[in-house]
Design a protein around this ligand. Structure first.
Ligand SMILES: Cc1cc2nc3c(=O)[nH]c(=O)nc-3n(C[C@H](O)[C@H](O)[C@H](O)COP(=O)(O)OP(=O)(O)OC[C@H]3O[C@@H](n4cnc5c(N)ncnc54)[C@H](O)[C@@H]3O)c2cc1C
Length: 322
């Protein structure tokens, strides 16, 4: 184990749209940010082909290219982008205190400010055919990918409020939406259930699970199974949306930062401030409502501005005291 401790002004944890946007702002403000990319450099968008809704790309752009360009933009202003995983944190409670961070269990950093942008991971069914066709018709984001299935027949798996909301979003675009609910009832609120039940082109199938996603390169259909009778049936769809929840990548911050019951970091209203001074949270790690690249980027910008203002306030306090 290396004993050396590196001291820095700003540490950015995570390299998705939130992290890179924070990096662009922080490096332009001379905070000399160091970023650790984590296990998925570029974040969730590197798992998708087409990003059609990020402003500034009239023809759309593929996710990996967009993230490479964001990295180049951050590096142009001096962000130090490093491959590595933050494995432990010990945040200070003091204003102006140093936050202790361990990277890959072997490197030690003390940072005056920390910007968390560790994102969230969509949950999948984890059947082999579903994993094979991710990006080929299987998607975990209806708002992102629904448009590609305009006028077509799709299915959505899930029973909560998000699934119900995504089903009604898809019903506006697609010819038919088959909603697959594992139990004999939905978890969604009564209001959301009422909404999906009143939409003509949504068919809800209870006690139903996906047995297999059909298709070689792209989704051509799904085989579903009635979990009460064991009866199987193939239905023809071109898209399968998985809406069974997300898991924020925040386990390493447990016990240190305030979180909601599902692990999303709680930030102060209209701010990225957490309960620890000098620690800011951005992107999907603190947002279970919007979960879009552009909103992640927006909060990444906010986090860098919040960090800059925090450092300026600490500095002026130190000057007053000296
Ligand atoms: C298939 C798919 C398609 C999508 N399509 C679109 C779209 O078309 N348009 C759109 O706006 N949104 C889309 N989204 C949503 C969008 O990708 C997310 O909202 C956005 O990426 C969130 O950005 P983020 O920066 O918060 O986190 P993420 O992109 O999730 O990035 C998190 C980063 O944190 C890193 N990390 C995690 N833990 C650690 C750690 N301990 N140490 C260091 N690093 C760590 C990861 O390696 C990763 O780099 C899509 C999502 C998916 C899954």
């Amino acid at each position: 184990m290396s004993e050396q401790v590196e001291r820095i002004k700003t540490l950015i944890i995570g390299s998705g749209p939130a992290g890179y946007t924070a990096a662009i702002y922080a490096s332009r403000a001379d905070l000399k940010p160091v970023m650790y990319t984590g296990m998925e450099p570029g974040g969730q968008l590197t798992t998708t082909t087409e990003v059609d809704n990020f402003p500034g790309y009239p023809e759309g752009i593929d996710g990996p290219t967009m993230m490479m360009q964001l990295q180049q933009q951050a590096e142009r202003f001096g962000t130090d982008v490093r491959i590595g995983m933050v494995t432990a944190v010990d945040f200070s409670d003091e204003i102006g205190g140093l936050h202790k961070i361990t990277v890959d269990d072997s490197k030690f950093i003390e940072a005056e400010t920390v910007i968390i942008s560790t994102g969230a991971s969509a949950k999948y069914l984890n059947i082999p055919s579903e994993q094979r066709l991710r990006g080929g018709g299987v998607s975990a984001c209806a708002v992102c990918d629904g448009f590609f299935y305009k006028g077509q027949e799709v299915a959505i798996v899930g029973a909560g409020d998000t699934a119900a909301e995504e089903a009604s979003y898809l019903a506006n675009i697609c010819k038919k939406v088959t909603m697959l609910v594992r139990k004999d009832h939905m978890r969604a609120s009564k209001a959301m259930q009422h909404r999906v039940n009143s939409i003509d082109n949504i068919e809800i199938r209870y006690n139903t699970e996906v047995d297999e996603v059909l298709g070689d390169q792209v989704v051509e259909g799904i085989r579903i199974v009635d979990n009460q009778t064991g009866e199987k049936e193939e239905i023809s769809v071109t898209g399968l949306f998985i809406a069974i929840g997300h898991k924020p990548n925040t386990d390493i911050f447990k016990g240190q930062l305030d979180m909601d019951e599902t692990g999303y970091i709680i930030t102060q209203p209209k701010s990225t401030k957490t309960n620890k001074p000098g620690v800011f949270a951005s992107g999907d790690a603190q947002d279970k409502i919007y979960r879009q690249a552009v909103t992640a980027a927006g909060t990444g910008c906010m986090a860098a501005l919040d960090a800059e203002r925090y450092l300026a306030a600490v500095e002026s306090k130190e000057m007053m005291a000296s």
